[in-house]
Design a protein around this ligand. Structure first.
Ligand code: SAH
Length: 230
């Protein structure tokens, strides 16, 4: 099975690259794609660079050029749900774009005609994650993740995103990757470890916890590969 594993930043995929057998690095469309294997799986691994455009481009390439049959995202996020603390893991049940706004025409926030507000992740992959969490006694929250091209470090903005989308965490790539996978009919999964609380300390916390939280997320994702069938 060809599985795509992606992150947004180099720190998010380095701990994954360290655990797989690297076969080849291919440069394409101003990015690097690492072809690797892990047990029975063929992997294509990349970090997209930050934001919705870069992540949508990378996801599209992983599916179209590298023929990935599933896509797993690993990275960090800001917490909205108060149960989430630095280092905790969340998997997305569905994702939305909090900065997509044509409400001037009477449309709900996050909606454009012929599309939808939320894109749903694979329940099969989410169930595998829950099984792994149970086995390893790891606390794993399931919830809604809101994506936008903004680093949120403002409690008012965070509250608006919570109230408008019922979101549990915020980041900058998950929904764009999700909409790409949904369009191609490819199962996808978004895992994030909390790096900050999207409040006034978020910039400081992010810098302090990026590496350890990215590592938490990557470690969990690697363990999931053992439970994904050929
Ligand atoms: N420090 C980086 C920028 C990080 S942007 C630099 O200078 O290059 C934040 C990244 O982490 C994004 O990829 C996003 O998906 C995630 N993220 C973590 N906390 C976030 C928050 N509070 N708001 C939005 N995205 C967040």
């Amino acid at each position: 099975m060809n599985i795509a594993i992606m992150g947004a930043m180099v720190e998010e995929i380095t701990p994954i690259l360290e655990r797989v057998t690297l076969k080849e690095t291919i440069e394409y469309a101003k990015n690097k794609y690492y072809l690797a294997s892990y047990k029975q799986h063929n992997l294509v691994i990349a970090y997209s660079k930050i934001g919705k455009v870069h992540s949508a481009l990378t996801a599209s390439i992983m599916l179209e050029k590298f023929k990935a049959e599933k896509l797993l995202f690993s990275g960090v996020a800001g917490a909205i749900n108060e149960q989430l603390h630095i280092g905790d893991l969340i998997i997305a049940t569905k994702l939305c774009q909090h900065d997509l706004d044509i409400s001037a025409f009477g449309h709900p926030y996050g909606y454009v005609p012929e599309s939808k507000i939320y894109v749903e992740t694979s329940s099969t992959l989410n169930n595998i994650a829950k099984k792994v969490a149970d086995k390893l006694n790891i606390n794993l929250l399931e919830g809604i993740i809101a994506t936008g091209d903004q680093f949120i470090n403002d409690t008012q903005k965070k509250q608006w995103i919570k109230d408008t989308f019922n979101a549990d965490a915020i980041e900058m790539e998950g929904a764009s990757v999700g909409f790409v996978c949904d369009a191609f009919g490819v199962e996808f999964f978004v895992l994030r470890a909390i790096s900050d609380s999207a409040d006034m300390d978020a910039g400081f916390d992010f810098d302090k916890f990026l590496e350890t939280s990215a590592q938490n997320s990557a470690d969990f994702l690697i363990k999931m590969l053992d439970y994904i069938d050929e």
